[in-house]
Design a protein. Structure first.
Length: 106
């Protein structure tokens, strides 16, 4: 997702073109992440009340707020949000960031 946004910036894409690029490139990745998160609960790999489980639930419950770059032209994805989570000390946010990074490396 971040690489796609960087690509859009490097190419100087207009907001509608950036939206289209994210829909083509980032949407399948976000869907794969959603599928992975759902499987963690379905396969009982992650306890729903653990830090990671709470992070997954948070992402599932707030998908629209966390992925506006897939729905609205002109919305820039902000990478610094993930970087600040561990500093804030919120275990749910830290777990979400860890889950996101884990999925990104697969």
């Amino acid at each position: 997702v971040f690489r796609t946004d960087q690509q859009a910036r490097r190419e100087g894409l207009s907001p509608p073109d950036r939206l289209l690029l994210h829909q083509q490139e980032s949407a399948p990745r976000m869907q794969a992440l959603e599928d992975w998160m759902a499987s963690q609960f379905a396969e009982h790999t992650v306890e729903p009340h653990s830090g990671l489980g709470q992070a997954i639930s948070h992402m599932q419950n707030h998908r629209q707020k966390l992925t506006p770059f897939l729905a609205r032209a002109g919305h820039a994805h902000r990478q610094q949000h993930l970087r600040t989570y561990p500093q804030e000390g919120d275990p749910v946010l830290v777990a979400w960031a860890v889950a996101f990074e884990f999925r990104a490396r697969k």
